[in-house]
Design a protein around this ligand. Sequence first.
Ligand code: WQD
Length: 335
Amino acid sequence: MTKILVTGGLGYIGSHTCVALSQSGYTPVVIDNLSNTDIRIKARIESIIGQPLAFQKIDLCDSAALSTYFEQEKDLQGIIHFAALKAVGESVDKPLLYFQNNIEGLINLLTSKSPSLPIIFSSSCTVYGESAQQPLQEDFPFQKAVSPYGSTKQMGEEILQFSAGKNNQGSVIALRYFNPIGAHSSAQIGELPKGIPQNLVPFLTQTVAGKRDKLSVFGHQYPTPDGTCIRDYIHVMDLAEAHVSALERLLNKKNKSPFEVFNIGTGKGCSVLELIHSFEKATGEKVPYTFAPPRPGDVTIAYADTTHAQKVLGWSAKRSIEEALSSAWNWEKQQ
Ligand code: WQD
């Protein structure tokens, strides 16, 4: 029984990763402070994987509780670290909350765990900032972060890069996510934004479900073919499976250095209007939208060069954007 700690494991990407871990024969165990998810997700994950899921409500900023946890959980083989705040807009309004939660939480985790435990770190394409050069490659330099959220991901990678492999610290792989969308095919788990969704796809599905009046398309005069921003939308299950591939690289000691980084995207750019049309084609539903001013902090284009993950991790995205959008709609209809 290879037990893997999943911090933030009841969250959107964390819950899907628990399913992928279990389907690959691993035993996920979860700590989560439930600040951005719902305890009901635990039973949903259990119904998908067909076995109990060990869970403790712990905040990574509570270093005493975290130390006690690691004293009790002796036979962990690895950690996948999701637990962090991740709303770009909110981070601009509450920078100190983001730096404290995301950085203090990471440092508590690193100093409380048994040092040699390897870690998969949840990073983000946000670390690249605004880049004229596309698709984005792992060795592109960081541009200055445009939000505290993006800054915490850049700082997180730097903390891990300088600490991995030293003083008996285990190895680390950072996965730079592009735009995760969609839900598990069972529609038992999916994206559960609290309040008004910040991200495009949950706002779109809530609009089509009649919970929102209309979708605002933030900006349509960008220097792109149809004037709207381009992103790399990846099915959340493809993203979850990438974590298992990265974990196995560390467990089997295949990594070439103590700190490695991989882009996790589809390698395909998709504009906001193209996504809307893909959703309408995939579901037969109409998306009511209007054009609105650009959103501060948005980059024009961000999509992944995925050759490093394909060649080195042996991973690539398998699911289409239509499949991801259909699964997002099926999940929305369950709410
Ligand atoms: C996508 C596009 C918006 C809402 C963020 C984080 C990133 C990652 C994914 C964590 C943009 C447009 C959006 C709406 C719109 N999160 N949009 N109307 O900002 O690319 O990335 O989420 O890892 O780190 O930065 O995602 O879904 O918010 O926006 O037109 O109501 O959709 O302007 O062009 P984003 P998003």
